[in-house]
Design a binder for this molecule. Structure first.
Ligand code: HQG
Length: 176
């Protein structure tokens, strides 16, 4: 059992395609249902192994509560995890030069996912950007100023924050 492969499949099912499993409006499905689904591919996967993957996830991608499990961010399916709104000073976003150009004009808008994803740390944002391009652009979000004008930020994990939309006036290019 390759934990990264299992986690990738979990992320896919919980964010994009619960494929027949029943998901509530906060994105939870029964742990048992997910386990059975994953056992179609990893037939010996145990519940403790699944819980270990969740607990040790480096980005805090998942949450288990009351025998149910969900992804905390990254969804394209129509759910609202109802995450806590937080006030933070700055956040970061790494992206391609081409997307950065559009972001400068129209702000950070969600594309395939329901939310815009931001990082608490520069290094993480750069890594996110590198998924899209070899030489990412690093953007700094003036979250405190944005909050004053009504933009909200939600905390998904200690590393990942989400928002619905961030206007470009609160976004700056920074060196890295
Ligand atoms: C860009 C991973 C044009 C945005 C990561 C990004 C993250 C615009 C792309 C999480 C735009 C969307 C999400 C605009 C934003 N015009 N492009 N106005 N506004 N974009 O993959 O943030 O490892 O949906 O810059 O670590 O790259 O899977 O979002 O490049 O936390 O857990 O549209 O996914 O987490 O791309 O990544 P994505 P993302 P996991």
């Amino acid at each position: 059992m390759n934990r990264r492969e299992v986690s990738k499949q979990m992320a896919y099912l919980l964010r994009h395609d619960p494929s027949g499993m029943s998901m509530d409006e906060e994105g939870f499905i029964d742990l048992e249902d997910l386990l059975n689904k994953l056992r179609e591919r990893w037939k010996n996967l145990t519940e403790p192994e699944l819980r270990g993957i969740v607990e040790e996830d480096p980005k805090g991608r998942y949450e288990i509560s009351d025998g149910r499990i969900r992804a905390l961010y990254g969804h394209s399916v129509n759910v609202d995890p109802d995450l806590p709104e937080v006030e933070v000073e700055v956040l970061y976003h790494g992206t391609s030069p081409k997307a950065a150009e559009r972001i400068d004009r129209e702000g950070l808008r969600s594309q395939g996912r329901r939310k815009v994803h931001l990082s608490a740390r520069k290094e993480d944002a750069i890594k996110v950007g590198k998924r899209h391009t070899p030489e990412p652009v690093l953007l700094e979000i003036e979250a405190d100023e944005a909050s004053e004008s009504g933009v909200t930020f939600q905390r998904a994990s200690d590393k990942v924050y989400v928002s619905d939309f961030v206007p470009s006036k609160f976004i700056e290019h920074i060196e890295h």
